[in-house]
Design a protein around this ligand. Structure first.
Ligand code: ATP
Length: 695
């Protein structure tokens, strides 16, 4: 059965098997057990008469009288223990004793003295006697000690569990929210100036700033202010930054918490934290509540109650839904949440009245990347010849966080080399390092290994060059980096719509390394496993997600909400077989296609391979010299051309209208520095756009 889109009913929470009461019971039992079993003496209770008889028979060597408990212990001689039939197994290290209640504590000393006198008369050794006062404190300790220990144990565990930033810590704060609060004194200091690119997201979110600053403008017209907005996008694209900027611009407190902070081992804690967070927010209104990684609590509630559902998380989510319903829309609290997986979220969260707005924060395009570089280069001393546009071209597919990392890494590399400013080479080294990991020149590689790595990488380079949708090649290297022994780097073209042929071409390019090994060395190696994994995944998506295979057209077997249906598959065994056959067929076809291309261009492949063996790194231009110019333009270049045309039109219109107040189009800012001479040969020409997509 396919999933229905209906919101799952809120169901009463089931208590998990292992809740905190069970844990207390177990700790308590362990302590009581410890108390009773640690005493390994053999003890038998007797009445006073029997005790006296044993003493008079000379079977007791020592008596301990405890006045406060009113009891006496008689420690037996070996003969006495045997006579009373105690267990006499060898190796026993405890003591054997009899225990009795004293009839009269006043007279006990007199009585024992009389026994000793009688024993002396019979020529038997006297009994040693200890009279202990005993303390009430000890008795109280034994009565309440275990309970005290249980509470202490709970205290320390809960303190540990609720530790962390903002966590009050301890048993009494376990249900308090762990939100980090930035208020007017300790503001976020982030404004829209710090957020580069993201023009559309900013427009949408600026409205929220307006709601917070001038609510009456909306309420007077009878409009309801939205309760929340969901920022959706890949990791590191600036969602948190944007939320902070809203608080900074509106100059309101900002309560920030991560979805995973709600989740706790103890039942009910998540819901208590949600209640506390919303209470804090109401007290601080107008304010912004920011919940990062909301998917940690907001994931769609499971349909199968026995499979993988997490009741504590569901309780927390239910509480969040209730709280969002509970407060009025115009009370000045706006909830922003961020996620990388909006498709996984419970539909109930997304309905109007909760997170009524979804704002998409995508990976930055070329102009956005230029702006992000400009923001992060503000505090870095860079040499005059750094071309921001070139840097942005080199970092296709990078998120804002990656770009921030490139800038920082480049500065670190320059500092390591005692430079006074950060140069182009430092940026290139930083990009290489971020994409491929550290260079490992020290790893020893034999000539044979070098030859097969070069054959493999030259295979990728040759075939990708000859495919329409092959991404523009940046460089090929056989210097080990990170876990890879070699790599061909491409600038991925961020296409909005991917045609079937593009998927097939990508698969063909991925299989080209293995195909080249097979064709030119006669033996295949394990180095292609990563390529094969990626290729198989694409083939599977082609059949199961995009419905692009001829045998199973237009069917999607994927459940993007990640809901759980146990072990059942939403297709029959025959269909499963057909899927497998289709996947295998498509992969095999692309493998043969890669081989065909390599056969056709074998001399060029071998030239690239030999150059690689000799130089270890070759660039786009070197490959172009061998294979000739590519027939197809890269999408990035097309975008650059479109941007240039738009910019020219804008300038024309502006000067035509001669309107000094016209606003610049966001995202169209050009290079930060005067554009210098084009960079090194390899990066300078049309298709030589780089970055990193390590295969
Ligand atoms: P995640 O989904 O992993 O939580 P995120 O989308 O919330 O990531 P942020 O934490 O906002 O990403 O971004 C991390 C860092 O990346 C920021 O502190 C900032 O330095 C940099 N950054 C990201 N996007 C931008 C941007 N558009 N402009 C300037 N800096 C950015």
């Amino acid at each position: 059965m396919f999933p229905s889109n209906k919101t799952p009913n809120r169901k009463p929470a089931r208590r998990p098997m292992l809740n905190m009461y069970w844990m207390y019971a177990m700790i308590g039992l362990a302590l009581v057990g410890l108390y009773y079993f640690q005493n390994n003496d053999q003890t038998r209770e007797v009445n006073w008469t029997e005790f006296e008889k044993t003493a008079m028979a000379g079977d007791i060597e020592k008596i301990v009288v405890n006045y406060s408990s009113g009891e006496a212990d008689g420690f037996l001689t070996e003969a006495g223990a045997k006579r009373l039939k105690f267990d006499m197994q060898p190796g026993f290290e405890g003591q054997r004793k009899i225990e009795t209640t004293i009839p009269s504590t006043d007279k006990v000393q007199e009585k024992i003295d009389s026994w000793n006198a009688a024993l002396a008369a019979q020529g038997k050794p006297a009994i040693t006697v200890n009279y202990e006062k005993g303390s009430d404190l000890m008795r109280i300790f034994w009565a309440f000690g275990p309970i005290l220990l249980i509470f202490l144990g709970w205290y320390f565990i809960s303190k540990k569990m609720s530790g962390g930033p903002g966590g009050g810590g301890g048993i009494f704060n376990v249900g308090k929210s762990k939100a980090t609060v930035f208020d007017k004194d300790k503001g976020t200091n982030v404004t829209f100036k710090d957020v580069a690119g993201l023009a559309e997201a900013k427009v949408e979110i600026e409205e929220i700033v307006e709601f917070l600053k001038n609510p009456q403008r909306y309420t007077e017209l009878g409009a309801k202010i939205p309760k929340g907005a969901l920022l959706v996008g890949p990791p590191g694209t600036g969602k948190t930054l944007l939320a902070k900027a809203v608080a900074g611009e509106a100059n309101v407190p900002f309560l920030s918490m991560s979805g995973s902070d709600f989740v706790e081992m103890f039942v009910g804690v998540g819901a208590a934290r949600v209640r506390d967070l919303f209470k804090q927010a109401k007290d601080k209104a107008p304010c912004i509540v920011f919940i990062d990684e909301i998917d940690a609590v907001g994931r769609a509630r499971g349909k199968n109650p026995n499979m993988g559902s997490n009741d504590e998380r569901e309780n927390t989510l239910n509480q969040m839904l209730t709280e969002m319903d509970g407060f009025g829309s115009n009370n000045g609290v706006i909830i922003l949440a961020a996620t990388n997986r909006a498709d996984m979220l419970d539909k109930a969260l997304l309905r109007p009245g909760r997170f009524d707005r979804q704002i998409y924060v995508d990976l930055p395009e070329l102009t956005d990347r230029m702006e992000i570089f400009n923001v992060h280069l503000r505090n870095i001393k860079v040499s005059a010849n750094i071309d921001v546009e070139q840097l942005a071209r080199q970092t296709q597919g990078f998120s804002g966080a990656d770009i921030a990392n490139v800038c920082n890494e480049a500065a670190l590399i320059a500092a390591r080399n005692n430079k006074l400013e950060v140069e182009w080479n430092d940026f290139m080294a930083a990009i290489d390092r971020i994409v491929g990991g550290l260079e490992k020149r020290s790893r020893i590689i034999t000539d044979d290994e070098k030859f097969s790595i070069a054959t493999h990488e030259a295979g990728h380079a040759t075939v990708t060059w000859m495919l329409q949708y092959g991404n523009p090649l940046v460089k090929v290297t056989i210097v080990p980096r990170g876990r890879a022994l070699g790599a061909a780097w491409y600038a991925p073209d961020a296409r909005q719509i991917i045609p079937t042929q593009a998927l097939l071409d990508t698969m063909c390019g991925l299989l080209a390394g293995r195909a080249a090994e097979d064709l030119f060395t006669g033996q295949i190696g394990t180095g292609a496993s990563d390529d094969l994994e990626k290729c198989t995944k694409i083939a599977r998506s082609l059949v199961m997600v995009y419905g692009m295979s001829n045998k199973l057209p237009n069917i999607n077997f994927n459940d993007s909400t990640g809901q759980d249906y146990g072990f059942s598959k939403p297709y029959s065994e025959e269909t499963a077989e057909l899927i497998d056959k289709e996947v295998t067929r498509i992969v095999n076809e692309q493998y043969e296609r890669a081989k065909d291309i390599l056969r056709q261009y074998s001399s060029q492949h071998n030239a690239i391979r030999d150059m690689l063996v000799k130089n270890e790194v070759i660039f786009h231009d070197d490959v172009q010299k061998i294979l000739g110019p590519r027939k197809w333009k890269s999408r990035t270049d097309e975008i650059i051309e479109i941007n240039k045309k738009e910019e020219e039109n804008r300038i024309k219109n502006d000067s035509g209208q001669n309107n000094p107040d016209s606003l610049p189009i966001p995202g169209n800012t050009k290079t930060r520095q005067p554009s210098p001479a084009k960079q090194q040969d390899s990066e300078s020409d049309d298709d030589g756009t780089p970055p990193p997509f390590n295969k």
